[in-house]
Design a protein around this ligand. Sequence first.
Ligand code: FPP
Length: 301
Amino acid sequence: MRDRQPDRRVVLHKSEERQGVQGDGWRGWLADQDMTISSMVKDETAPPAQQRLPGAPVHVGVIMDGNGRWAARRGLPRIEGHRRGVEALRETVRAAIDFGLDYLTVYSFSMENWNRPVEEVADLMGLLKRFIRNDLNDLHKSGVKVKVIGARDNLKADIRALLEEAENLTKANTRLTLIVAFNYGSRQEIAAAARALAQEAVAGLIAASEIDETLLARHLDTAGIPDPDLIIRTSGEQRLSNFLMWQAAYSEFVFLPIHWPDFDRQAFSAALAEFSARERRFGGVTGQYRNGKLLAGVTKT
Ligand code: FPP
């Protein structure tokens, strides 16, 4: 098991101090938040499986940020941060099942990530391949349905084949849908949807006047998937970085001051606790919504 004990020798970079990234992991941050993990799960080693807690989200999106900085602070190569990031991802999927989430979307490679040094891009492609080869059977046995969003056309044939294999093998599973955003960009996704709609209009299949947000959403990679209730980003950065921008219109955001390899079940449940303490109004007023749903008998104004 990897060591999650705080490393108090770590010196924060100036930008991390400004962002409040904790040098000693998530524990100090949790204490500052006055959050009790037990308010979300009774026993963190054996949480009740498949029971969504009241106020818990259905769909959580995660921007797994800070692998490089995690590695740099330990004098390790960036790839080591990504490797530890895969371990954190495994634990996150297990926790998502235990917390009873229906959907978990993880941002694993953005279209802009092609701008990284070629060696790092190759490392990330290698990690994805290993993740699918090593973990697919376990994911399948756990009832996880894998769905990949993002462009496929510029990916190598072996990667495309693995993504398809993962989707085909797990397509009938219902316990948790793991959506892997790979070679994904929200602006590109929206542009592709607009292009498809324009082609349908030119072909006379739809009238331009029929195009509304419901029709556009049906042309996104996420068609049929509910919008994320909560988006978590690690590393102290506070931005979306081209992730689910359409779908996040009414998402709650939790920005954690820890790097992704340090993200674990406890940090996850603290983020869920923070989410459950928020009141979502979807542009309405206090008291109209509970757990993201318009209350019965309450009419929209
Ligand atoms: C951001 O950290 C992370 C990524 C760009 C990749 C996320 C990838 C993983 C968690 C592992 C790979 C998993 C799969 C399934 C491919 P960063 O490198 O931008 O960190 P930095 O901002 O500190 O440099």
